[in-house]
Design a protein around this ligand. Structure first.
Ligand SMILES: [Ca+2]
Ligand SMILES: [Ca+2]
Length: 253
């Protein structure tokens, strides 16, 4: 995997290297992060005193988080080097208004360790990320926040969507809230075989693979071993061993 922080491999003469850098680098830097695929919305409705939330498409789909060979300017630089996606977005469905003096709030109830969330345009940390607030006021216009992680594996977060008093978001008596679970995954194909996340496949990765090996159908992949579960079926067995060997061989080429 290309890492912009690492020196470029190969031999370049001085003048050519300068020309290459001046021409190529601006083109490889993106100014804005990528959504990572089609938008996938959480539809929110307030009907009477009850909040309803449903999810667009397959509710069990795991949105794939991806890492790009890109670097973003502040404040988007919180995504630099991370696997991330902006596909999930909050969207009001139907015609309804928020009662005067109230707001729609989203709070995280529980989430997989390592999942970080940043607000769409401000990139402010949300839901406990970097000590950010656990409760976030949603404006009710379409908002696609950013979700980011550093490691292969499966991630989930469960949220409560509720009507709260302004400005602090204390739940308002008499309203029913809704809960929703969002799901993500970083597939090993993002960095095949690199279990130590240092940009290459070496004997250290082989050692890590052996420590992670569980055999078939254990349903208990340790949190640090997501990159060893090549086929994403919640075990690290001989199928995954074959894939690791393939990645190892590819790394030697
Ligand atoms: Ca490695
Ligand atoms: Ca597996």
């Amino acid at each position: 995997m290309m890492d912009l922080n690492r020196p470029v491999r190969g031999r370049l003469s001085g003048a050519f290297a300068v020309a290459l850098v001046s021409v190529v680098v601006p083109a490889t830097f993106a100014t804005a992060p990528q959504l990572g695929g089609e938008m996938k919305h959480m539809f929110v409705t307030l009907a009477g005193n009850t909040v309803f939330v449903s999810i667009q498409g397959d509710p069990n789909e795991r949105v794939v988080l991806r890492r790009y060979d890109e670097s973003y300017d502040p404040p988007a630089d919180v995504l630099n080097g991370a696997y991330y996606s902006g596909r999930y977005g909050w969207l009001a469905q139907g015609f309804w208004t928020v009662p005067t003096g109230k707001g729609i709030f989203v709070e995280v109830l529980d989430q997989t360790e390592g999942l970080r969330t940043f607000e769409a345009l401000t990139f402010s940390p949300l839901f406990g990320t970097s000590g950010g607030t656990a409760s976030w006021r949603w404006s009710t216009v379409m908002v696609h926040n950013w979700y980011a992680v550093d490691r292969c594996g499966k991630y989930e977060a469960r949220y409560r969507v509720y009507v709260g008093d302004l400005p602090d978001g204390t739940p308002t008596d008499g309203f029913e809230s809704a809960t929703i679970t969002l799901r993500w995954q970083v597939l090993p194909e993002a960095a095949p075989g690199d279990l130590t996340d240092d940009g290459d496949v070496t004997i250290a990765d082989f050692a890590a693979f052996q420590r992670c090996f569980t055999g078939a159908d254990t349903q208990a992949v340790p949190e640090t071993c997501g990159c060893a579960d090549f086929d994403g079926d919640d075990d690290i067995d001989l199928v995954d061993a074959d894939a690791f060997v393939q990645a190892w061989n590819d790394g030697l080429e």
